[in-house]
Write a protein that binds this ligand. Sequence first.
Ligand code: FAD
Length: 416
Amino acid sequence: MTTQRVDTLIIGGGVIGVCAAYFLAETGRSVTLVEKNDIASGASYGNAGLIAVDHAIPLPAPGALTQGLRWLLDSASPFYIKPRLDPDLIRWLWLFRGACKREKMLRAIPILLALGRASIALYDEMHARHPLEDAYQRRGRLFLYRTQSALDHAKRELELLQQFGVRGDVLDAVAVHERFPPASSAVIGGVFYEDYAHFSPHHFVKNLARVAQSLGADIRQRTEVLSFETSGKRIAKVRTTRGDFQAEAVVLAAGAWSAPLGRALGLRLPIQPAKGYSITARRPADYPELPVQLSDDMVAVTPMGDALRFSSTLEMAGFDMRINQRRIDASRRAMRDYVRAGGELEEIELWRGFRPMSPDDLPLIGRSAALGNLIVATGHSMLGMTQGAITGKLVSQLIAGEPPDLELTPFSPDRF
Ligand SMILES: Cc1cc2nc3c(=O)[nH]c(=O)nc-3n(C[C@H](O)[C@H](O)[C@H](O)COP(=O)(O)OP(=O)(O)OC[C@H]3O[C@@H](n4cnc5c(N)ncnc54)[C@H](O)[C@@H]3O)c2cc1C
């Protein structure tokens, strides 16, 4: 097959790859993106669609391991790790354990907030400039609670985040009903966070890919990267199902699949796939334009135009596409418990996808020390939609040799 010479080759057509293609094309650079399926067919398709700026307490935090072990025993729980003797999983858990320290958590909060704040400003700009038709809204997010212990815990989290400038309010049951009339009488209170936006994620990614194309980006779907050829400290060739590529710069933005692709390059990226589910239903006419979290059960509910999506669970069981019906039923039950009329919803689609989990909950963004023309942009865990725009911009700045908008040291792909 032919060998094509390109300037920048992006691997992966999810939110990260497409945002990088957009920012590169927007600054007049030549860019080619290869995607093995369709644009937005991975985690960026059916997720909760939240630009969750205030979601800034990392998953590895003091107590996370104890809570995780408790959930491990419950097959309907929202969090699950399939115990297995996989050296990559064992290494990931070891690194996760190392990150579960209070001082590390406190260090991560302002970094996550900086990523989110820079990103939401870019999302505002992109939506002002292009007709992305993804139902983008900035309305904040309301966390609902049925138990006092969970509400008390949420208050402590808000107090911690307020020290970093996060804006939020604790609401009693009456104030919750005023803001969100469908809340059932089981809800005893809530916490409202201001800095959240929401949209339909696959509409955003697909339409942004079209904008990038109109700016000159070459987007190739159904083009799968199979292997690489390296020469010294460079990637000499990228072999795909539709020919070979020689690129000045290669961007690895393949989400959860970045780990197996990295392995083919001799890199050991600590990224584990973490399956999540979503159920999309037709949105009732009177349903408010406000994302809520059914907090005790960890189910996110996001309005997306005329659809309403329920997203939940984090299952670390490798690339296993099977659907655990007990967890799906637990989400449906949670909806009925918190929201009146939840039982009458007309379901349209059941989906699952793999989050690319990094062990310290910070993404991997930067040039690889081992391969000079490789830029890694992956491991965005539960916040890839949130951090997509800023990641795309940082990648374009790295390629252009410009000073990055954010200090990149915390995101070094070689930090583990
Ligand atoms: C249930 C659920 C809810 C979520 N909710 C939110 C949320 O509300 N807010 C938020 O910020 N984040 C959320 N996330 C996380 C978010 O979806 C991910 O972090 C994000 O989509 C990752 O984007 P990505 O581009 O790295 O990966 P992906 O979207 O998975 O894209 C990677 C792409 O690479 C392609 N690819 C893989 N291998 C190859 C190859 N060999 N050759 C070519 N292409 C290849 C894949 O086909 C895929 O399209 C959620 C995730 C889940 C599962």
